[in-house]
Design a protein around this ligand. Structure first.
Ligand SMILES: [Zn+2]
Length: 122
């Protein structure tokens, strides 16, 4: 497993739907966050959430990295356009993470890397 606390570098942010016939700014989680702000349960700009966040480490699976080695990890925060249904990335980030020993089964749950300003609803 990789350590969760290493620094994320944001490579790109997308604020509109990439569908050239759409270009909407309305996405599922942005809309839900706006409703929470309106209801007074969140502050404006406090958090921008994606529908899900996923990460993958870049290494050759036939030569797994050793404990203590550093790997490149790519992360995407994904949302859904409310006007055309296109699933697209809000944020694309990278980090270097150190391989740590795997926890004992049942001892620790996986923590996805943290991107400042974003929350993962899962
Ligand atoms: Zn769209």
């Amino acid at each position: 497993m990789v350590s969760p606390e290493q620094k994320q570098i944001v490579l790109a942010r997308f604020t509109v739907c990439p569908n050239k016939d759409c270009k909407s700014e309305r996405s599922l989680m942005r809309t839900l966050v706006k409703k929470e702000v309106k209801a007074g349960r969140m502050e404006e700009g406090e958090v921008e959430a994606g529908w899900f966040m996923t990460s993958a480490a870049a290494f050759n699976p036939t030569k797994p990295p050793l404990i203590g080695s550093v790997v490149q990890v790519g992360t995407g925060v994904i949302d859904i356009c409310l006007d055309c249904g296109t699933v697209y990335a809000l944020v694309v980030a990278k980090s270097e993470q150190t391989i740590t020993p795997a926890p004992m089964p049942g001892m620790q749950s996986f923590q996805p890397p943290h991107i400042p300003g974003f929350s993962n609803p899962m």
